[in-house]
Design a protein around this ligand. Structure first.
Ligand code: LAN
Length: 749
């Protein structure tokens, strides 16, 4: 892109370490440290999207800035005023939908989808910055400046540390990694923010109390020694496929992180030592660096990080690996064979995603692996670094790292469904927006399985959609389903073109049908390849439920409701299998209900989110409040949680504890919408609570049609929260729209 070339690289001036550089080589490395500014000029940032690939550009050149004006979406993401006119005040839910859509339409990107920051986790940005540092691709000054601003803004206001995620208490994972990141982008150790963070880090015991992933990154940087990292042996990849613990059976995110980690662990690779690294060795620890007992602190961990303590079994395995396996049995032959196979698997992942990789954690690690293996100038390294830009996002606070390379397909699918639920798909006012959305989904459908699918242990994906874009290309059961649902809805609406022919729709359905587990439920990327017992090998400490696929009411609902819709239009395609799928899925949904009547949510917070989906599942087969004790119990659960003001308010703590916990800031628009969608779908017979909730959503709508950001909405692995900023549009619109079409004559205000 033109703008990328015009943006200047970091000037060769350093405000980094004041000390004299020691060697010519490290000199070279040090002087590349970015020149930090107070702030960038927000009016110079632009988001570009090409084929669903998002990158932010900083236009230092005035001419270029003039030629490429900022869009509403750019300004909105950057927290700049949009100066949109006030809309006529909505007096009924349908007008509120129209006002909301008027605003939301302005955020649609030219390619037809919606963008958003996808932050929350506080361990992603460090990976990107560290990968760039150790591969000597320093971030440009405008990234560095905004990374500094973001991390400053997100430091815990009380103790100055950082958590696992933006709403969490300070942890060693967050604090050690983000402190280090700030130093790498050029912040001085004596800056007050750093002094405060360091004090907290030291109070918590210093970096030896960091969990596995932090120890890994700090060791790659050369701040720690490999002895402090619990073993990550690539030879596990040599186990025959039938072995119950073979890594191909692990949850995809775990095995794709384990893979590059194991390669670097095996190589015991460390970055070139620089002055800055030597300084960090002094800053991060309480004790004298030279006297640290590295091997003796492999299992030292701060309680705040120890969400899932390692099992006695894993500790024993680690002990055996360190004391017996590594010194005695880990022969050169074995090491070479294991590294070669790991390297090949890394190549397959890179090739299948054009170096985007599954998510930023493994993308950053694969970048380092390619650097170690292929050398600094290699295409693999350059391409990786380029693609890492696609996970960076700029908001009002600064620059952060998204949890994936975007939420493109997922958010677009929900936007379309919200308009459908309001009965507005045929309204010509919204047609251009909808046609563009359809065109985007058409473009993003994955047309083929990956090359060597079985060899790299990938699940079929032909006809699927990914969560973000087709470059990333990982099918997820519910992402395929929600996208397909939206495509069917639009293509079956009079006046819309058929961009995706029947065969492509059948391809998607065929892939969806591969996702049902023996229990009847669906998981996320794959069907489970091993049992929950695999958690005994969960070495990450900071997350729960990460080793294998689990079963999710959200994913199950998405597949089942889409198959029901599909069946209505194509009653003859794999009819018996689809009927069987639906029956078994509904049965599983019922069995997954908690005794209190709600369902536990794995990807959104928490019972409110999953109960909405479960009630939708039941409604799709005609089970509602009046005729189903499951639906009745689900509704009663939701209604019992409604607050005085008509809203719902669930805290992320519910995901961690498994109990419904109220958010301290009170009712949340998104959760209120989720609860209402559930109640309306289940035909809850008493309108009063529903009307109260609808009123709250309408009252919170701003004069320009938008809703403001409130508490965080999403979660993964029980303990880590993640933002879904577009949910504050899609779900309130859906709830209002459903209400308006279900009860057209009801007055709310
Ligand atoms: C996501 C985001 C999307 C999400 C939904 C589609 C919403 C869900 O219904 C199925 C699971 C899925 C695809 C999902 C899985 C885990 C992800 C990829 C994330 C929550 C986004 C970030 C997270 C990933 C694991 C972050 C990296 C962290 C590690 C522990 C490796």
């Amino acid at each position: 892109m033109m703008a990328r070339k015009q943006a200047t690289e970091a000037p060769a001036v350093s405000n980094g370490s004041p000390k004299k550089r020691s060697s010519a080589d490290s000199d070279n490395h040090n002087v590349k440290r970015p020149r930090l500014q107070e702030s960038t000029d927000k009016a110079r940032w632009r988001l570009s999207s090409e084929g669903g690939r998002h990158t932010w550009h900083y236009l230092e050149d005035d001419e270029a800035a003039k030629e490429w004006p900022q869009s509403y979406a750019d300004k909105y993401f950057l927290g700049m005023p949009l100066e949109l006119p006030e809309l006529p005040k909505a007096t009924n839910p349908l007008d509120a939908v129209r006002n909301g859509l008027t605003f939301f339409e302005k955020l649609q990107l030219p390619e037809g989808h919606w963008g958003c920051e996808y932050g929350g986790p506080m361990f992603l940005l460090p990976g990107v910055v560290i990968a760039r540092y150790v591969t000597k691709n320093p971030v440009p000054w405008y990234y560095a400046t905004e990374i500094k601003n973001y991390l400053f803004a997100r430091a815990n206001p009380v103790d100055g540390g950082w958590g696992l995620h933006i709403e969490g208490e300070s942890t060693m994972l967050g604090t050690t990694l983000n402190y280090t990141t700030l130093r790498l982008v050029g912040v001085e150790a004596d800056h007050p923010v750093m002094v405060k963070a360091r004090a907290t880090m030291h109070k918590m015991g210093g970096a030896i109390y960091a969990p596995h992933w932090a120890k890994f990154w700090l060791t790659v940087l050369g701040i720690m020694k490999w002895d402090i990292v619990n073993p990550v042996p690539p030879e596990l990849w040599l186990l025959p496929d039938w072995v119950p613990i073979a890594p191909w059976r692990w949850w995809i995110h775990m095995r794709q992180v384990f893979l590059p980690m194991s390669y670097l662990w095996s190589k015991k690779w460390q970055a070139e030592e620089t002055d800055l690294i030597r300084e960090l060795r002094n800053e991060l620890f309480v004790e004298d660096w030279n006297k640290i007992d590295w091997a003796g602190n492999r299992n030292t961990i701060h309680p705040n990080d120890n969400y899932h303590p390692k099992t006695a079994f894993l500790n024993t395995v680690n002990w055996l690996l360190v004391n017996i396996w590594n010194p005695v049995f880990r022969t050169k032959y074995l090491v070479e064979k294991a590294e070669a196979w790991a390297s090949e698997l890394i190549d397959m992942e890179d090739e299948n995603t054009d170096y985007s990789d599954l998510a930023p954690v493994n993308a950053a690690m694969n970048t380092v692996c390619c650097y170690v293996r292929d050398g600094p100038g290699a295409y693999s390294v350059r391409r990786h670094v380029e693609r890492l830009d696609e996970v960076l996002w700029v908001n009002a606070e600064g620059m952060l790292c998204n949890g994936t390379n975007g939420v493109q397909c997922w958010d677009t699918a929900f936007a379309i469904q919200a308009i459908m639920d309001a009965g507005l798909t045929e309204d010509p006012r919204w047609r251009p927006m909808l046609i563009k959305s359809l065109e985007f989904l058409e473009d993003q459908q994955i047309r083929e399985n990956v090359k060597d699918q079985d060899k790299c242990y990938r699940h079929p994906r032909k006809g699927a959609w990914a969560f973000s874009n087709k470059d990333q290309g990982y099918a997820v059961s519910d992402c395929v389903s929600e996208a397909l649902k939206s495509v069917i809805i639009l293509q079956k609406t009079p006046g819309f073109p058929t961009l995706i022919d029947d065969q492509r729709i059948f391809d998607a359905v065929d892939t969806m049908l591969t996702y049902q587990n023996p229990s009847g439920a669906c998981s996320s990327y794959e069907t489970p390849r091993a049992g929950q017992w695999m958690e005994v090998l969960n070495a990450a400490e900071v997350f729960g439920n990460i080793m294998v696929e689990y079963e999710y009411p959200e994913c199950t609902t998405a597949v089942l409701t889409t198959l029901s819709l599909f069946k209505k239009h194509w009653p003859n395609h794999r009819t018996a299998e689809i009927d069987n799928f639906i029956t078994r899925a509904v049965k599983w949904i019922k069995s997954n209900q908690k005794p209190h009547g709600g369902w536990y949510g794995n990807w959104g917070i928490c019972f409110t989110y999953a109960t909405m989906f479960a009630l939708e599942s039941l409604a799709s087969v005609g089970e509602t409040y009046e005729n189903s004790r499951y639906a009745k119990k689900g509704c009663d659960f939701l209604v019992a949680k409604q607050r005085e003001d008509g809203g719902w308010s669930e805290s992320y703590k519910a995901c961690e504890t498994g109990e419904y916990v109220e958010h301290p800031t009170g009712s949340q628009v998104v959760m209120t919408a989720w609860a209402l969608v559930g109640l309306i779908k289940a035909k809850y017979p008493n309108n009063d609570p529903i009307k109260k909730g609808i009123k709250l959503i309408m009252d919170r709508q701003q004069p320009n049609g938008e809703w403001r950001q409130e508490a965080i909405e999403g979660v993964f692995n029980k303990s880590c929260m993640i933002s879904y900023p577009n949910y504050k549009f899609s779900f309130p619109l859906k709830a209002l729209g459903l209400f308006a079409t279900r009860y057209p004559d009801e007055k709310v205000v």
